[in-house]
Design a protein around this ligand. Structure first.
Ligand code: AMP
Ligand code: MG
Length: 408
């Protein structure tokens, strides 16, 4: 059996990078920057007020109360026309440019307005409530580095410097194919004997969407070599990667294996992981093809360990793997020392320490226990059974809201 780490390395060594494109910023969430983005100007672009109040010379308000002449009113979006000289003040709104000569802003709460004048009740040393030009980002500095996977706030920073069409690795199109004569669309109201509703296609489409891929749903294909050949060829031609479920184990009807062998370049691996041992991988006409097992939990775990990192690599990310935390198991966990075992667990937090319990049955068909799990407890090769109270590694695959009204 192939160690999981070797399988991961071989996949990552083989998959190509996606092409680099200039992309609309609003359509770049989750994509990876292919260039350093440099600020063409300061942010903020000009000295401005951090408060609604009066722009003053700090020297004029050293002793208070001090009465100053109001020379003009500058709301945000307009520009001061008059410099402040001794004894003068400008009424100013948050975000408005500071007039020449002013070096501090007194909050409106610390003043008393009069007719053409204002009484300053509290002094303001130089720089008070002033946001300096370039105080956030200096002109010429790098605001986001190549390799950054763009989150909402990265998009905001790029927007602030006018990077409206950054260079990113193109969004991948990933074809999803479910196989099996017993598998019918999940919308089927009445199952015939021997049928099951397909869940893998929907779960794969969902994790792919979450990852930032565009899904090409190629539906369910029966255990028929001609139909399989056709759909895989279509996936390879139209998508950047193809993910299949089912048909890669040892059974007589595991035809994905036969068809893939025919297509060439595909290898079948027994990866030393549990669940998710049978796995097919290779390149079809330059397109990576990932053949996942059929059992729903195996599908998810194999996707997490082998497909998700590969797609992130294709998308240009240097960060490929989920974070792992040290935690404590609250129950004995049975493991298999020959494999990396991924145990589906729910977490209870004791301060900063996560405590894990199995989320239900651990057979690879028990999707319900995966749905309620927060993390995968990782038992490495060579590990014996893990006893309650021992320290374990937890791979975090979702971060649900953990606090309600009562826990604020
Ligand atoms: P296979 O690897 O094709 O032998 O499938 C292994 C198990 O997974 C069988 O019990 C299948 O019925 C089940 N299975 C295969 N495809 C799906 C699917 N799309 N949704 C849910 N279960 C599936
Ligand atoms: Mg099958």
């Amino acid at each position: 059996m192939r160690p999981l780490a070797d399988a991961q390395l071989q996949v990552l060594d083989t998959v190509p990078r996606l092409p680099i494109v200039a992309n609309l910023l609003a359509e770049s969430l989750g994509l990876v920057l292919a260039e350093d983005v440099v600020a063409g100007h300061d942010i903020p672009p000009f000295d401005n007020s951090a408060m609604d109040g009066y722009a003053v010379r700090a020297a004029d308000v050293e002793s208070t109360p001090a009465t100053l002449t109001v020379v003009e009113d500058v709301p945000a979006g307009s520009v001061p026309t008059q410099a402040i000289t001794e004894g003068g003040a400008t009424k100013i709104m948050t975000g408005a440019p500071l007039p020449a000569g002013a070096d501090a802003v007194v909050r409106v709460e610390d003043t008393e307005p009069g007719e053409g004048m204002v009484t300053i009740l509290t002094g303001a040393p130089v720089g008070t409530s002033v946001r300096r030009a370039g105080g956030d980002i200096g002109a010429g500095s790098t605001v986001a580095q190549a390799g950054t996977r763009l989150g909402p706030n990265h998009l905001g920073v790029l927007a602030s410097v006018g990077a409206a069409t950054p260079l990113v690795y193109r969004r991948p199109v990933v074809a999803v194919v479910s196989t099996g004569d017993e598998v019918v669309p999940y919308q089927t109201a009445q199952l015939e004997p021997g049928q099951i509703r397909g869940t893998n296609g929907l779960v794969l489409a969902s994790v792919l969407t979450e990852l930032g891929a565009t899904v090409l749903d190629l539906g369910i294909v029966g255990d028929d070599p001609n139909a399989l050949r056709e759909v895989l060829a279509r996936g390879a031609a139209e998508a950047d990667a193809v993910v299949t479920s089912g048909g890669v184990s040892m059974g007589e009807y595991d035809l994905v294996k036969a068809v893939l062998t025919e297509l060439g370049g595909i290898e079948f691996w027994q990866v030393a992981m549990q669940p998710g041992k049978p796995f097919a991988f290779g390149m079809v006409e330059g397109t990576p093809l990932f053949g996942l097992p059929g059992n729903p939990v195996s599908v998810f775990v194999a996707f997490e360990q082998l497909v998700r990192p590969a797609l992130l690599h294709m998308m240009g990310s240097a960060q490929l793997f989920r974070p792992r935390l040290a935690g404590v198991t609250d129950e004995d966990v049975h493991t298999n020392p020959d494999k990396t075992v991924f145990v589906r667990v729910t977490l209870r937090w004791d301060g900063a320490t996560p405590h894990a319990r199995t989320s239900g049955g651990q057979d690879s068909n028990v999707l319900s226990a995966l749905a309620s799990a927060d993390a995968l407890l990782v038992s490495p090769v060579g590990s014996g059974d893990l006893l309650a109270g021992s320290t374990v590694e937890l791979e975090m695959f979702r971060h649900p809201e953990g606090r309600g009204l009562a826990e604020r």
